[in-house]
Design a protein around this ligand. Structure first.
Ligand SMILES: [Zn+2]
Length: 75
């Protein structure tokens, strides 16, 4: 289960989440997935786009259409 280290686009804190191929619609890349920053001070959901190796290509503040799952950060 691939572990991803990144930063939240809202609060810029470091975040960690795990992602599986089942978490995205792999019919086109980059594929969006919602990331919920599970933090008392943030708690916001943004959209991360990943490539076919589930590496983050870019991210957007808003919830963009096309994602099939919301992943919660573990940190
Ligand atoms: Zn945040």
């Amino acid at each position: 289960m691939p572990l991803r280290f990144n930063t939240c686009p809202f609060c810029h804190e470091k975040i960690v989440f795990t992602i599986e191929i089942e978490d995205i619609d792999s019919s086109q890349y980059p594929a969006p997935v919602y990331i919920l920053h599970k933090s008392k001070s943030c708690g916001k959901t943004s959209t991360f786009y990943v490539d076919s190796l589930l590496r983050v290509s870019y991210k957007e503040l808003e919830k963009k259409p096309g994602a099939i799952k919301t992943l919660e950060t573990t940190k």
